[in-house]
Design a protein. Sequence first.
Length: 301
Amino acid sequence: MTHIRPERRPIRWLALALPLVFLAAACGDDGDSSSDTTTTTGGTTTTFAAGTTMARVAESGTLTVGVKFDQPGFGLKNPTTNEVEGFDVEIANAIADAIGEDVEVNLVESVSKNREPFIQDGTVDLVVATYTINDTRKQVVDFAGPYFVARQDIMVRADDTSIKAVGDLNGKKVCTVKGSTSATNVTAAAPTADVTLFDTYSQCAEAMGDGRVEAVTTDNTILAGLVQASNGAYKLVKAPFSDEPYGIGLKKGDEAFRTFINDLLEEMFDDGSWAEAFESTLGKIGLDTPAPPKVDRYTAA
Ligand code: GLU
């Protein structure tokens, strides 16, 4: 499933003081084009060294990004407009705009379990999909960011009084998603929970609606969107039990692209465009804008 956004509205982060030249030697792309690529972003000319991912994307005019299509606030396909909307989509748009104002974003639906494979096999250039940075995943992909820190929590039916903390999930039917940190974390924290794994959190919410499960567990921000969409049927337990720093997944070893995105994130944190993107998406489902996190420019293994 793909979605090409037809037009992009003007945004404030176009005039960025990003480094002008990235060394081909430092990048993980094997492109053999010999000349640098120059693009314009909001009146600023940027040159990308031949062979970098930024040069390839600028030349092709398309940045392909894996996002969720069923998560309110982060990536949700609006059934009326068919547009995919949310904070993750705004981050993807900002990256495309920073590469070149003519660069289109091609949004590909990613579910939790196919994020690493999509990056590794080149289905996508990036994944921006409520994607927690962790050491296991860093063995096969790299991450720019974090650009947000969520916490794992629990969603139950509004009339449930039996589940107040993660330990109460022992012996209960709980739903979460294949390939997620939520699955690993809940199994560690509530070892006798009866865990059902689906591909998406919207499937879990449906399963709670018809009584197949008693609780859904994942990041509090994802659950907040599902609670809002339930029209009073579900509530958030508000007993968080993990930190989930969201990163932008990219091909392992592509240091130039990682640095480019980390520079952009810091610009967005400083100039208010990150907060603006938050308010126009997650703000609308009732979340207060937090202070931005600190970018982690880790040394790749
Ligand atoms: N942030 C967690 C993860 O990356 C849970 C949410 C998700 O599956 O997208 O696994």
